[in-house]
Design a protein around this ligand. Sequence first.
Ligand SMILES: [Zn+2]
Length: 248
Amino acid sequence: MKQATMKRIPNKIESVVIRRLIDESPDTSWLGEYSNRPTSEYSIDRAHSLDCASVALNADKAQTTLENARGTVAELQALEPSSDTLEWQALEDAYYLLDGLVDEVKECDCGERGDMERGEYRYFNPSFNYVSSTGKIQDGLTPEDVRKYTLQDYERTERLNRGDWCFLGIRAEAEISIPSVSAPHISTLQTIHSGGLCGIESDSDKAHFAETEANELAELREQLYALGFSKRAIAIAFKPENIRHKDN
Ligand SMILES: [Zn+2]
């Protein structure tokens, strides 16, 4: 049994790498979703610019106010004893002026120059964090909140689609060499890696990246320790100057 008496060459940590990967298919549904159909009045109509009168926040209110004013004018006019008076004519003019404004106040004034490109979805629907599937606002939120947050998420999603930012995954990897028991001069390289964290926004602050990297490195250290590497071997391999950073 010659082999059994041979001194086995120990496994070795060859390198430690922190790898950043681009998350190609992130779940962005929590930011909201594009669709052919609006799910509620809080959906963003991408056919129009965000400041178009047809989608303006106060357009509905303004229209209601004008309709009420038009109704009041009609009531006052009905009280006039005759249609030959100056008052009657003044109310008649006011009525038609208001009647014109009722339609105009919600008319598109952007020339339908929204973000929607040919073949794209027309609507951006709010996140389920703000509006339920039945179109109800989630508890604790006001309509103003929902509009504000949906707009923020919409603009962020548009920037994501333009490539201004992306989602990243981070994990720590160690390459270890395992010498063959029967032929010690031949080693097999294996990569051990931490679980990794996905869904990190690429424009997150440095502290968030540093914390994530530290967590991934700590997890990798534990795995290597569990595999039988000595604390000393691990400490050397994990010295900051020995850790490399790689993208993809
Ligand atoms: Zn418009």
